[in-house]
Design a protein. Structure first.
Lengths: 167, 167
DNA sequence: TATTGTTATACTCTATAACTATA
DNA sequence: TATAGTTATAGAGTATAACAATA
């Protein structure tokens, strides 16, 4: 009996090239002097690698910072955490739901106020976060490989001063 | 005849507080040493103001950089522009459609290749971009108000070196 | 066979508004 | 009357996959 032709493997379109910050021959105009664009460029480059290393752990940037803030400030409420990372309360619900489903975070009742929860890491969550932290630390080392420790400190300090004076 | 009670103005919930980068009393753990998070913090603070100043002009960050790249490199194709700003081709279509609908950008036929377009600013687009540029420049001045010119140059140079060595 | 622009589609984020149960 | 968490919903933004016209 005639063998059916297996479907020819479709050529993968859009083999996403890694983002290139300064393409030779392109004139960027004032973009090269705009802090906001320099930040955007650096962020694209950084997030690409963050996703590649941490998505297998189901960790995204907002998840990472949320878990870290819960670890360092046990008992935070959802509203407090939402303000800390700059999202609205309703957006925090799905995030904590996910953490709970993974068994990483507990919603503990708050004594004296039955509306609110205290957020705490479970031991499983703490162990998972430890793995994530070491990967992030490794990424940081790689990212900073072209910076001296003094330059990195300088960069952090300068970033902290950028933006509207009040922030 | 009895006047109908006008609906009592509902209290606005979620009066969005401006993002605060370092909340007193909160422990940020290793987040304070992570370049990626420092960048994220600065970006949130910066984009809030960008939106407030530029959205009335219908300008968003990707629109701004796209228009600027078209101005400085007239004749770019959509695929080239998409790669420059780090989005896929299909995402560029809606962006250019919008520019065309506003009358800011023309799709010129490419001689010798009827598949592609050369993108160019219209005079209306150039004029609009000029206004946007001056507002962005003003924002830059405000954002950099706490940085000396030398510090700003240093920041741009350091941001350029952050990330995977190849980028 | 490859490429340009396009469409269709879906998924993630995140926002607003309204609801509930508490306070 | 206000607040914590929640739900419903909608709008950006951006991704993948497939397609037509063209190379």
């Amino acid at each position: 009996m005639p063998k059916t032709q297996p479907p020819r493997p479709r050529k993968v379109e859009n083999p996403r090239k890694p983002f290139e910050r300064h393409v030779p021959g392109i004139r960027y105009g004032m973009l090269d002097d705009v802090v906001g664009y320099a930040i955007r460029r650096a962020q694209i480059a950084i997030y690409e690698e963050f996703d590649r290393e941490l998505l297998p752990l189901k960790i995204t940037p907002p998840r990472f910072s949320s878990l870290l803030l819960i670890e360092n400030n046990p008992g935070l409420t959802q509203t407090q955490l939402a303000e800390l990372i700059g999202v609205v309360r309703s957006g925090m619900v799905a995030l904590i739901d996910f953490f709970e489903a993974e068994g990483w975070v507990r919603r503990d009742g708050k004594a004296g106020d039955r509306r609110a929860y205290h957020l705490r890491l479970t031991s499983k969550g703490a162990a998972h976060l430890a793995v994530a932290k070491s990967r992030v630390a490794a990424l940081e080392d790689r990212w900073s490989s072209r910076l001296t420790p003094a330059e990195k400190r300088k960069l952090l300090a300068l970033l902290d001063k950028v933006g509207p004076p009040g922030a």
